[in-house]
Design a protein around this ligand. Structure first.
Ligand SMILES: Nc1ncnc2c1ncn2[C@@H]1O[C@H](COP(=O)(O)OP(=O)(O)OP(=O)(O)O)[C@@H](O)[C@H]1O
Length: 348
């Protein structure tokens, strides 16, 4: 124990938000030091990462959708869970090496935020991957708890705090009190599904095939959950499904809003269901405390308006919602000695 504390003086303790879309790493005392896409480029049909294990993150994202036949750029996490263990391990290993690089002699202690819905087997896989990827000790925290802490909600107090974390693969809804999760639900509908709906809309309405990156750009530039600004238009390029040739067309923000309604209604249902299951005393607190939104999906125009309309509660957006979970893991690192009993760890 004392030896471990001594070692921590020489190692970088890090908090990792292992996301479907982005992985963020925080270092104790330094804040966010890495923010890269959760993408890895491999030789097709193998788990061999290109460029000696270094084709990860930004380098690999540029290859996504543009790779020649022998190379594939993969996202090893899907729907918020690990879909490819070996590649996830390679990715974690690259990020840990990149951050720990300056102090390679002592292995780091690592806090990883994982979706609340993952199974014991999946948790073990994350623990094992991080250990093999070079961590000295690994602690897991539940993503909604990390998000709430990162959003400065008073989770340790005897009052209810509610977080809706809309990520890439999953939306996590949780109600917390006294440092514990009282009610929690996770749905595998989030930002990626909004992109998917845009792709389907373009196929159906315009016979135009567009890529995932184009769909995401449309969502970010003109997408909305409710009409909160003047409607605009955007030029979209893709491949004509009939002629097979490149083509462009102009679409409106109104039709995109329409296309997003279906996945958004699944998210809204999850939010209202979680509230319905909540203890009446905690529900009473939420009348005053409201709901906090986190994750990249919180940046979708009008999302707080639709959640507020559906629940009747005040809905706020966390500051810098994309980094909430990572900042929460950094706060965990600061309180590691006090809180580690509440976290799952390989060794403890
Ligand atoms: N301005 C924006 N408007 C709408 N969506 C956005 C915006 N910026 C980012 N996003 C979306 O947020 C999602 C990524 O959010 P985030 O980084 O919180 O997810 P993640 O942690 O990688 O995923 P998960 O929590 O599911 O593992 C993507 O779907 C991205 O398209």
């Amino acid at each position: 124990m004392i030896f471990d504390n001594l070692l921590s003086l020489f190692s970088v303790d890090m908090g990792i938000d292992l996301g479907t879309c982005n992985t963020l790493v925080c270092v104790r005392g330094e804040g966010i030091v890495l923010n890269e896409p959760s993408v890895v480029a491999v030789h097709k049909g193998t788990n061999k990462v290109l460029q000696n294990g270094n084709a990860v993150g930004w380098v690999a994202k540029e290859m996504l959708g543009k790779t020649p036949g022998s190379i594939t750029a993969v996202r090893p996490l899907k729907d918020g869970v690990i879909s490819d263990f070996e590649i996830t391990e390679a990715m974690l290993s690259y990020f840990i090496r990149k951050v720990n690089g300056k102090r390679p002699l002592v292995k780091p202690r690592v806090v990883i935020a994982v979706p609340s819905g993952i199974t014991a087997v999946e948790k073990r896989a994350v623990l094992d991957s991080a250990e093999r990827a070079g961590a000295r000790k690994v602690f897991l925290v539940e993503e909604p708890m990390a998000a709430a802490i990162g959003a400065s909600l008073p989770v340790v107090e005897a009052t209810a705090s509610m977080i809706v974390d809309i990520g890439g693969g999953t939306t996590e809804v949780a109600i917390m009190s006294l440092a514990d999760i009282a009610q929690c639900e996770s749905v595998r509908v989030a930002g990626d599904d909004l992109d998917e709906s845009i792709i389907n809309h373009m196929k159906k309405a315009y016979n135009l095939m567009i890529g995932e990156q184009t769909a995401e750009r449309i969502k970010i530039e003109v997408g909305s959950a409710a009409k909160v600004e003047e409607d605009t238009t955007i030029e979209v390029r893709g491949r004509d499904m009939i002629s097979g040739l490149p083509r462009k067309t102009v679409i409106t923000s109104e039709e995109i809003r329409e296309a997003l309604q279906e996945p958004l209604s699944s998210i809204l249902e999850t939010v209202t269901r979680t509230l319905e299951r909540c203890d009446p005393e905690l529900a009473a607190d939420l009348v005053d405390n409201g709901i906090m939104l986190a994750g990249g999906g919180a940046l979708l125009r009008g999302i707080s308006v639709v959640i507020s309309d559906a629940t009747g509660l005040e809905c706020r957006i966390a500051e810098d919602p994309l980094t909430c979970v990572a900042r929460g893991t950094a706060i965990y690192l600061e309180h590691l000695e006090e809180w580690k009993g509440t976290m799952e760890s390989e060794i403890d």
